[in-house]
Design a protein around this ligand. Structure first.
Ligand code: PAF
Length: 282
């Protein structure tokens, strides 16, 4: 595996592979890789001869009071891990490489509406930062496919919309959420949890599953289900941002004909902001 930090070196290698007719898969990450990321790389490998993983803690997707400075940066460990699992390139650029004209003067890519609700309303500008950096990696790498995790359900939906709207010839693949044995979705931010909070954290997934069971049993009072879940999370010690029951297809309110529902939640526990979701067929 090659560890590359510069654009020219990256593009030279990619064009060799393209000339040889090899397909390229992209797995964008912010590093601090865990088993969930490994599953994204494994899935990418099933779809392409070459896998490029980016490790870049993207400043434009963090709000002023968020954890950009403290976000775990573990490049040496990430490099070892990606070598072991057979990624072809780890692209780990500096901020100036990604934003050569500076962050203030960067061309922005923004997906309205879908970016404004849920995590977008709690973290204003967050998804504009995500789409801006992912668009940059898409145009640098020009992959045939790109893999994102289902845990960030809203994110993968926004990236799908951006890709379709800009007619980018990239197939977006969403990889299932990887969970700890007790159901907690794997996330780099789980490392912020104390032992006591870690014991409580699986309650988020339990709460989503309880809603899923009630939906499958025919309950359709979404306000009640969301309200009860909110209260249950608060009682367990979370500060919930939202619990929302929406159409899986486009995050709109479910109507009578809708048979695929996504239940999304975000809640803070201590200093860790956790997100999770489940998709339910009703
Ligand atoms: O999901 C993430 O880790 C990030 O939002 C992404 C897609 C790598 C963009 O920085």
């Amino acid at each position: 595996m090659q560890l590359i930090q510069g654009k020219q070196e990256l593009q030279a290698q990619l064009s060799e592979w393209r000339v040889a007719g090899e397909h390229i898969a992209l797995v964008p990450t912010m590093g601090n890789l865990h088993v969930g990321h490994v599953s994204l790389v494994d899935l990418a490998r099933e779809h392409a001869e070459r896998v490029v993983v980016t490790v870049f803690v993207n400043p434009t997707q963090f709000g002023e009071h968020e954890d950009f400075a403290g976000y775990p940066r573990t490049l040496e460990r990430d490099t070892r891990r990606l070598r072991q699992i057979g990624a072809d390139i780890l692209f780990a650029p500096e901020v100036d490489t990604v934003y050569p004209f500076g962050i203030e003067h960067a061309t922005l890519v923004s997906v309205p509406y879908l970016s404004e609700n849920f995590c977008g309303s709690i973290r204003p500008g967050h998804f504009d930062g995500v789409t801006t950096v992912v668009a940059r990696f898409f145009s640098l790498v020009q992959p045939a496919i790109a893999v994102f995790g289902q845990k960030d359900y809203q994110q993968q939906m926004i990236i799908r919309r951006m890709t379709e709207d800009l007619s980018l010839p990239i197939k977006i693949i969403t990889a299932p959420t990887v969970r700890e044995d007790d159901g907690l979705a794997m996330s780099s931010r789980n490392s912020y949890l104390s032992d006591e909070q870690r014991a409580v954290a699986p309650k988020l997934y339990e709460t989503l599953r309880a809603i899923g069971e009630q939906l499958q049993a025919g309950q359709r009072n979404y306000d009640d289900l969301e309200g009860d879940a909110h209260a249950a999370l608060e009682a367990a010690g979370f500060e919930p941002d939202y619990v929302a029951i929406r159409r899986a297809e486009d995050l709109s309110m479910p109507n009578r004909d809708c048979d695929e529902i996504v239940v999304l939640a975000a809640a803070t526990l201590g200093v860790a902001r956790l997100i999770d979701n489940i998709v339910v067929t009703i």
